[in-house]
Design a protein around this ligand. Structure first.
Ligand code: NAD
Ligand code: LMR
Length: 328
C-alpha cells in the first residue's frame, strides 16, 4: 500500500541551499524513494517572486513522489501540519555587521518560528536547523517551542562530518564510502573538533593508515574547520550543494537508521555526555534506529581531544549568553 505523503517544511527555500535542497527532497533523497512528500516552502516577502519561480520549476520537473507544493510567506501556513522542518532561512552577515547584529536578527527569527512550529506542526515533528549560527539557532528554537520534545530539535554538523570523511579519502586515495566513524564535536564553526581517533577505513584505524599524527592533529583539523570559508572564497557564495546533500543525509539516517557499526555526527541537545555541559546544542557521534538518535557512549578521549571538546563548548556557552542578551 502506498505511504501517506509526509509534509516537509524548508524555510529560506528561495535561497541557494533551498534551490539545491528541494529537488533532492522531491526525488526521495531525504526520506527514501518510497515516501511521497508535500513540500512547504517559506521565504520572506522580498523573495516571494523567486519562491514562486522555484514552485514553477518543481511542477515542471514532474517528480513522481511530489504530491503538492505550498509556497508561502506566511509562517503559519508554512508550518501547518509539517512532519519535518528544515530551517535554512536566516539573515546572512553583511559587510560592516558585527556578530551580535547577525545574532540579534537570527535569534528573533528563530524565536518566532519556534512558536509557529509549536502551535501548528504535526505532533512529533523533527527539526533540523541549518542556518547559522546553527547550534544556537536550534537552542533558541528549542527554548521557545517547549512542547516539541528536545530530542526532536537538532542542527547540521553532518556537512563537517562528510568533509572529514572526504579529506581522509583524498589523503589515502580510498573510496569515501569506506571511511567510517569520524566525529565532529561541538559547534558548527571554526572551533569544532574533527576527531579521527576512532575512524577506520576497511576496519583499519585511520591513524595507523595515515601514519602522520602531525597532519592529523594539525592541517587536517584546520582544513575541516575552515572548509566553509574556503568554499566562500572559491565560489563567492557559501556551500550549497554539499549543505543540501548533508541535510538529506542527516534526516534520512535519523529516520531510516544508521548502518550497523557506523555512527554519524549530529548537533543535539547535550545531556552532559563526555562532560559537555548540559543545555547546549552540541555535535556528538550518534547512532540512529527507529527514528531516534542516541549518543555513542564510552569512547576514549585523550588529553588533546579533551581540550578541544572543552574549547568548542566554551564558545557555545558564550553564544548562548549572547543570544539571551539579544532577547532581553
Ligand atoms: P541565502 O541567503 O541564499 O538564503 C537564505 C534565504 O533565507 C533567503 O532566500 C532569505 O530570503 C531567506 N530568509 C531570510 N529571513 C527569513 C525568514 N525570517 N524566514 C524565512 N526565510 C528567510 O543563504 P544560503 O546560502 O541558502 O544559506 C542559508 C543559511 O545556511 C545561512 O545561514 C548559511 O550560513 C547556513 N549554512 C549552514 C551550513 C551548515 O553546515 N550548518 C552550511 C552552509 C550554509
Ligand atoms: C559552511 O560550513 O559551509 C557554512 O556554514 C559557511 C558559512 O559561513 O555560511
Amino acid at each position: 500500500m502506498a505511504k501517506e505523503p509526509a509534509r516537509v517544511l524548508v524555510t529560506g527555500a528561495a535561497g541557494q541551499i533551498g534551490y539545491a535542497l528541494v529537488p533532492m527532497i522531491a526525488r526521495g533523497v531525504l526520506l527514501g524513494v518510497d515516501q511521497p512528500v508535500i513540500l512547504h516552502m517559506l521565504d520572506i516577502p522580498p523573495a516571494a517572486e523567486a519562491l514562486n519561480g522555484v514552485k514553477m520549476e518543481l511542477i515542471d520537473a514532474a517528480f513522481p513522489l511530489l504530491k503538492g507544493v505550498v509556497a508561502t510567506t506566511d509562517v503559519v501556513e508554512a508550518c501547518t501540519g509539517v512532519n519535518y522542518a528544515v530551517m535554512v532561512g536566516g539573515f546572512p552577515r553583511k559587510e560592516g555587521m558585527e556578530r551580535k547584529d547577525v545574532m540579534t536578527k537570527n535569534v528573533s527569527i528563530y524565536k518566532s518560528q519556534a512558536s509557529a512550529l509549536e502551535k501548528h506542526a504535526a505532533a512529533n515533528c523533527k527539526v533540523l536547523v541549518v542556518a547559522n549560527p546553527a547550534n544556537t539557532n536550534a537552542l533558541i528554537l528549542k527554548e521557545f517551542a517547549p512542547s516539541i520534545p528536545e530530542k526532536n530539535i537538532t542542527c547540521l554538523t553532518r556537512l563537517d562530518h562528510n568533509r572529514a570523511l572526504g579529506q581522509i579519502s583524498e589523503r589515502l586515495n580510498v573510496q569515501v564510502s569506506d571511511v567510517k566513524n569520524a566525529i565532529i564535536w561541538g559547534n558548527h564553526s571554526s572551533s569544532q573538533y574533527p576527531d579521527v581517533n576512532h575512524a577506520t577505513v576497511g576496519g583499519k584505524p585511520v591513524r595507523e593508515l595515515v601514519a602522520d599524527d602531525k597532519w592529523l592533529n594539525g592541517e587536517f583539523i584546520k582544513i575541516v574547520q575552515q572548509r566553509g570559508a574556503a568554499i566562500i572564497k572559491a565560489r563567492k557564495l557559501s556551500s550549497a550543494l554539499s549543505a543540501a546533500s548533508s541535510a538529506c543525509d542527516h534526516i534520512r539516517d535519523w529516520v531510516l537508521g544508521t548502518p550497523e557499526g557506523t555512527w554519524v555526527s549530529m548537533g543535539v541537545y547535550s545531556d552532559g555526555s563526555y562532560n559537555v555541559p548540559a543545555g547546549l546544542i552540541y555535535s556528538f557521534p550518534v547512532t540512529c534506529a527507529n527514528g531516534e538518535w542516541k549518543i555513542v557512549q564510552g569512547l576514549s578521549i585523550d588529553e588533546f581531544s579533551r581540550k578541544k571538546l572543552d574549547l568548542t563548548a566554551e564558545e557555545l556557552s558564550e553564544e548562548k549568553s549572547l543570544a539571551y542578551s539579544c532577547l532581553s
